[in-house]
Design a protein around this ligand. Sequence first.
Ligand code: GDP
Ligand code: IMO
Ligand code: MG
Length: 437
Amino acid sequence: MKQNIVILGMQWGDEGKGKIVDVLTRTANYVVRYHGGHNAGHTLVVNNKKIILHLVPSGILHNHVICLLGNGVVISPQGLIDEINMLSGLGISLDGRLFISHHCPLILSYHIKMDILREHLLDTQCIGTTKKGIGPAYEDKVSRFGLQVRDLYKESVLREKLKRIVDYYNFQFVHYYKSTPVNYDTILEELLLSKKVFKNRTKDIALLLQKAEYENKKIIFEGAQGALLDLDHGTFPYVTSSNSTIGGIFTGSGARLQQVHFILGIVKAYCTRVGSGPFPTELTDLTDDYFVKVGKEFGSTTGRRRRTGWLDLVLLKRMVILNSISSLCLTKLDVLDGLSEIKVCIAYKNLHTDQVIKNPFSCLNWDEFKPVYHILTGWNKSIKGITIFSQLPFLAQQYISYIEHYIGHGVSIDMISTGPDRLDTIIVRDTFNIEYI
Ligand code: GDP
Ligand code: IMO
Ligand code: MG
């Protein structure tokens, strides 16, 4: 039986999921996105060429692979058109290789406007969203009010539904936000024009996945964002509006429980976050500048400077357990090359009681806690592009062992990324059966 793999970000996103999906896709048949939208920015580097994908799954560069967008993905028709055009400009055809669920909610201009107005109103309390309309689009899904891809095929119903929605949004824009209304005719026209991008691409994705199982095809499930941005299990309210933890796969694609064989958690060797919200190990000193410079820590979607900090093993362990992680892939290890000492957070100290706790599992007020660090010695030499584990300096191997030992639960680091390129990868153990050469 071919082993299906789930790729899950373990932190606040941008762990390097896109690169790892691309690496693992070599031996896969399908790559499935099941949540989020064009808020994601997944970077692939092949032959020194960088490609950033937002909606199209990161397996697309492998010609034999079929890419699927499950019902849990919110789709901006314009975002999708732009991305398809970008790929075809690179000579990558999506014909017969990209299929979309009829049930995907649509992101339209009123969602984006609402996202922007809300963030503006929240001012210093803002979430720091990507301003792509993600939250409002998911709200319309939950309230059973919004448009889905399938609505495009019944024009009279579409016109009627859109009218109701635009009136509802415009009332809020004008009366509550004191802003300008959106134009119904413009949105309708754009929607009707966008129909062609969905033509011959909409399918029952759950059924397609069942067929894939029957035919013994190999599937990669590509998570977006990271577990700490999960709507239910993340650092609420500073999260995204979908489930980036393991459960999102089932609700967002219709995959069967039996189709998930291996869950690979992707963890950056340090931490980053874009947007607001708690970040206990955040750095604001020269090491922050170092991480931003060496790790090129600027958002792939918005270009914002990412906040950086030390690896938080307490939060990582929580997410490993919560997501039933099979093994971990440690990315951007090469970014630590120039540091003489490396810290990892191994516990939290309550500032009022001095109590040291290892599992602040349902932390309500991060301001009351201070990270407790373990300090390791840096290896101070370049590991960029190394592909064989034994060639890593002893101190780098020690860093890896320390993380594995802390996490426990039989979860080892089976893959290591030593650079942005597809080839800068160490397969420590091929537990995921990718027959890597
Ligand atoms: P994703 O959203 O999880 O796919 O990650 P992003 O693409 O947003 O951000 C990861 C960034 O790190 C991208 O610029 C990648 O090209 C880059 N990257 C990925 N893995 C490595 C690595 O091992 N080392 C270095 N230096 N860069 C990496
Ligand atoms: P990938 O898949 C990093 C963050 C935003 C903001 C919060 C809510 O590339 O890892 P949203 O627009 O989703 O309502 O914003 O979530 N965010 C991400 N941060 N990587 C991402 O995706 C993100 N997608 C959303 O910065 O803090
Ligand atoms: Mg990203």
